[in-house]
Design a protein around this ligand. Structure first.
Ligand SMILES: Cc1cc2nc3c(=O)[nH]c(=O)nc-3n(C[C@H](O)[C@H](O)[C@H](O)COP(=O)(O)OP(=O)(O)OC[C@H]3O[C@@H](n4cnc5c(N)ncnc54)[C@H](O)[C@@H]3O)c2cc1C
Length: 307
């Protein structure tokens, strides 16, 4: 909980919405997570810069929240500020194009489905495989989201951030350090936008490919139950889901957290699962897979907050 003085400072720093002591379970895709001291929705870059400066002065921890689709927030919630860009950082525009390609600038709060719609409308191709990933552009870049068909980092030319100290900086692709489901963007910084390069294509064809990817996900993933996406990273030349299934763990539960019977790498919340339930289940899976296959699974989901 923040004291009254800090609450007032926050309210005078930004015009955008602030929610105090809001349960993160209302926001995360797995519907789990204790209260955040303050969730702040800055309305522009200047407000974000001022927030970062205030956080630094007041020694308030800062956590950036996208769509909450890869997050396990512990039951005690998150201390300090949770910053979300989705209410204002929503612009996409074409900034250069030739016969074969186009360069777009996209703000970090844009959701992947909106980016894909923009691609269809503007005949831009190359990122159709991102269909069905419930991410904001900021979260997708931070995590280098993707599938075996490609990852967002492949299309990045530069990323714009606001640093811990509130400075706006552009980072060239090669300094972003993209690798499998991670980036090396400066710790504590906020991605506010990116420049992406896409190919020219034909809207209807692009839409058909997007729809095919979505249909495949509906068939193979438990999308009708709250979940976190893939819990574990795929080990080299292997599939985490397959290892979990071959270890006989499908459908295993701890409390109301369960390994999905549809996909071994998904944990679902059957109603009132806690973060503690999910963490126990993750521990159990790691132990069994290690025992059976001598493989150490590494979590892809980010675990944040306090117990
Ligand atoms: C049903 C389902 C399917 C999924 N399928 C895939 C898949 O195929 N491939 C894949 O890669 N992932 C997949 N995911 C996981 C998830 O969608 C991605 O990891 C995504 O990149 C997370 O984006 P987000 O906006 O939800 O970020 P969050 O989950 O909100 O945050 C994830 C991390 O990114 C950081 N972050 C978020 N926004 C910013 C920002 N603007 N600046 C700095 N840091 C930021 C957060 O602090 C946190 O560390 C899936 C998830 C679900 C629920």
């Amino acid at each position: 909980m923040l004291n009254e003085e800090i609450k007032q400072q926050l309210q005078s720093t930004i015009k955008g919405t602030i929610q105090f002591d809001e349960p993160m379970s209302r926001l995360t895709t797995i519907r789990i997570g204790g209260p955040a001291d303050a969730i702040v929705y800055p309305e522009n870059v200047e407000e974000l810069q001022n927030l970062m400066k205030l956080a630094l002065e007041q020694k308030l921890p800062v956590f950036i929240f996208g769509w909450g689709s890869n997050l396990l927030v512990r039951d005690g919630g998150i201390r300090g500020l949770v910053i979300n860009l989705s209410r204002a950082f929503n612009e996409i525009k074409i900034v250069a194009e030739d016969e074969q390609s186009a360069t777009i600038e996209v703000a970090a709060g844009v959701k992947i489905p909106a980016l894909l719609d923009f691609m269809v409308k503007n005949n831009l191709a190359g990122m159709e495989y991102m269909a069905g990933i419930p991410a904001t552009v900021g979260g997708a870049i931070w995590m280098n989201a993707g599938t075996p068909k490609g990852e967002i980092g492949n299309h990045v030319e530069a990323v714009t951030i606001v640093s811990k100290t509130g400075r706006v900086r552009s980072i060239e692709k090669k300094a972003c350090g993209f690798s499998y489901r991670s980036s090396k963007l400066p710790a504590g910084s906020v991605v506010i936008g990116a420049t992406l390069k896409l190919e020219k294509g034909v809207g209807d064809k692009i839409k058909t490919i997007i729809d095919k990817h979505k249909a495949h996900r509906i068939e193979t993933q438990p999308l009708n139950v709250p979940n976190l996406g893939s819990v574990f990273k795929n080990p080299k030349k292997n599939h985490a889901g397959r290892l979990v299934e071959e270890a006989g763990l499908k459908d295993v539960r701890v409390g109301q957290a369960r390994i999905s019977e549809k996909h071994g790498n998904f944990i679902v919340n059957e109603g009132k699962a806690s973060a503690t339930d999910v963490l126990s289940l993750i521990g159990l899976v790691k132990d069994k897979v290690k025992e059976k296959f001598k493989v150490t699974l590494e979590t892809e989901v980010k675990v944040v907050g306090t117990d």
